[in-house]
Design a protein around this ligand. Structure first.
Ligand SMILES: [Cu+2]
Length: 117
C-alpha cells in the first residue's frame, strides 16, 4: 500500500513538472502599436508578437484578485510593474533586438512571452 502511495506521489510530481515545463503556448498575437492584456489566471493573450525597433504599448488590465498576479515583470527590459485590480496600467517598451523575451508574475508562476520580430 505504501509503495502504491509513493508511486502515485512520484507520478503527480512528474505530471506537475511536465505541465509547467511543456505547457503549450497559445498562438502569437501580432501587436500593432498597442494591445490590451487581460490578467486573469494568467495573461491573455500570453504570446505577443511585436516589431523590433517600434514603440509598443502593453495595456495590462488585472481582473484576478490573487496577489500572485499583482506584479508583472519583464526581466530583459528591467520592468517591474504593480498592477492594481481592475485598472489599466500601460507599459511602453521599444525592443532593440529580435528574440523571445518572457514576462511573468511576481512569483514566476504565470508566464507570457514577447516575440520580437
Ligand atoms: Cu505569481
Amino acid at each position: 500500500m505504501n509503495v502504491l502511495v509513493n508511486l502515485i506521489g512520484v507520478a503527480l510530481i512528474i505530471l506537475t513538472t511536465w505541465f509547467f515545463l511543456f505547457k503549450k503556448e497559445g498562438p502569437a498575437v501580432k501587436v500593432n502599436k498597442k494591445i490590451r492584456v487581460t490578467v486573469d489566471g494568467g495573461y491573455h493573450p500570453e504570446v505577443l508578437e511585436v516589431p523590433v525597433g517600434v514603440t509598443t504599448t502593453l495595456e495590462f488590465f488585472r481582473k484576478d484578485p490573487t496577489s500572485c498576479l499583482e506584479e508583472v515583470i519583464f526581466p530583459d527590459f528591467h520592468i517591474r510593474q504593480f498592477l492594481p485590480l481592475n485598472q489599466s496600467v500601460e507599459l511602453t517598451l521599444t525592443p532593440k533586438e529580435k528574440g523571445e523575451y518572457s514576462f511573468h508574475c511576481g512569483m514566476s508562476m504565470f508566464f507570457g512571452k514577447l516575440k520580437v520580430v
